[in-house]
Design a protein around this ligand. Structure first.
Ligand code: MN
Length: 435
């Protein structure tokens, strides 16, 4: 499972990488960056505070033929769709070669120095061209907490433990971290009002989720079997599924979320590969006594034994008041990402079991992740807005206000290994356009 690229003794000649909380040489996530406005987007890999320009590495002749050909063909496409469609072997070879190139003692240090860009001077883009985006509901604590707001005695619907619940989302409005987001207008109909009205959402919320990037897809009509599903996952990111709860509450019956979700989804810009995460794989938590065993198409022993991810997730809120008083962001939640009832492989197998074709660049959201110690949305934290939060600035929050910024982070840690992180997933709320 692990190799020289995970060796905790391996260090990089890029000094900022050594001890970097997110991007030490053991991570090497894939991104799409540009250094100046109007410049074409290029494939890059994060190392410490820098980004390595892969097309530059190709031009310098430092890749093997196999990896070089993939980067060359991929450079005509904006994003990682082509390279990652080639599957795990090519992806691993690329990561291994870059790890060797960037390691301390690398013979190519001088040539690579010019190909390293300060990340703070670069713009990061959504790393793949997303054909389709699907959002699941696999966070069982979130599903239970939200269900309990409406059905205290029976929070989970009867299908929940049998079928991975999901809906087809909107790909066009997936934006990279740092993109400001406009509060949506829409139809609202709170219980306290007799008629629906149109205007800015009053109950704007975030959702802490993991994103799953699809590498190689499948042909229409040819399901991805659970045993092969991991081979179709190119990597992971953080995902904020911004949600307008008031719009959602009025529109969602009978077909599910629509405008409550489609105004924006923020992703962290780095694809953290399954290889970088290999040391941090954990068994899928055992289902409680009495829960149904997943159907055979969702069951794989190897997936159960190591198909979940051990990640520490945090959510921070920075408000205009905190900013003005120079106070630290308020930590909304912190905890292990262990509350997912289904593994990423189970989500992929379920998505395709009826024959639906996934394509390289498709994005899946896991569903909101609430942990025993922390909730993944304000809907849960403030109990639907009934118990507002009080911040150190004296401000209170039921839901998000204009000027509020939400930041998601994820870190993987394990004794004997160098920890890695996902980078930031952040977005600030702008006022709605006049309705
Ligand atoms: Mn969601």
């Amino acid at each position: 499972m692990t190799d020289a690229t995970h060796d905790p003794k391996r260090r990089s000649f890029v000094a900022s990488a050594n001890g970097h909380p997110d991007f030490p040489i053991q991570n090497l996530p894939f991104g799409l960056f540009s250094t100046e406005e109007d410049e074409p987007e290029r494939l890059g890999i994060a190392i410490g505070d820098s980004i390595l320009d892969l097309e530059g590495v190709l031009e310098a002749g430092l890749f093997s033929e196999e990896v070089g050909d993939a980067i060359d063909d991929g450079s005509f496409i904006e994003g990682w769709n082509h390279v990652l469609s080639l599957g795990p072997a090519l992806r691993m070879a690329l990561r291994r070669e870059v790890s060797d190139l960037l390691a301390e003692g690398s013979a190519h240090r001088a040539a690579l120095q010019d190909l390293l860009h300060a990340a703070k001077d670069c713009t990061l883009h959504v790393p793949m061209q997303i054909g389709d985006y699907t959002d699941f509901y696999a966070g069982i604590r979130h599903a239970t907490n939200v269900g309990a707001l409406f059905r205290p005695d029976n929070p989970l619907l009867p299908n929940y433990k049998h079928v991975p619940i999901g809906y087809h989302g909107r790909a066009s409005s997936v934006v990279p971290s740092g993109t400001p987001l406009r509060r949506p207008n829409g139809q609202r109909k709170p219980a306290s009002e007799s008629e629906p009205s149109f205007g800015p959402s009053r109950n704007l919320d975030y959702e802490l989720e993991l994103g799953i990037w699809i590498g190689g897809g499948n042909a229409l009509g040819a399901p991805i079997r659970i045993g092969n599903a991991a081979d179709h996952i190119a990597g992971y990111c953080l995902l904020n599924d911004w949600s307008a709860r008031d719009i959602q509450g009025w529109e969602y019956q009978p077909l599910g979320p629509f405008l409550a979700k489609n105004f924006g989804t923020t992703v962290s810009p780095w694809i953290v590969t399954p290889e970088a995460l290999a040391p941090f794989r954990i068994p899928q938590p055992k289902r409680p006594e009495g829960d149904p065993k997943p159907m055979p198409y969702l069951w794989d022993e190897a997936d159960q034994a190591g198909g979940a991810l051990g990640l520490e997730l945090e959510v921070f809120l920075l408000t205009p008041g905190l900013r003005e008083k120079k106070l630290a962001p308020h930590r909304l939640s912190q905890g292990e990402a262990s509350g997912l009832y289904w593994t990423p492989a189970q989500l992929v197998a379920h998505h395709t079991c009826g024959g639906c074709n996934l394509r390289s660049g498709d994005l899946l959201g896991t569903g909101t992740i609430s942990t025993a110690e922390g909730f993944g949305s304000l809907l849960e934290i403030t109990r639907g807005g009934k118990q507002p939060l009080t911040l150190a600035s004296g401000e209170t929050r039921r839901f998000l206000e204009d000027g509020d910024e939400v930041l998601l982070t994820a870190r993987a840690r394990r004794e004997g290994f160098v920890g890695i992180g996902f980078g930031e997933c952040r977005g600030v709320i702008l006022p709605a356009v006049s309705s």
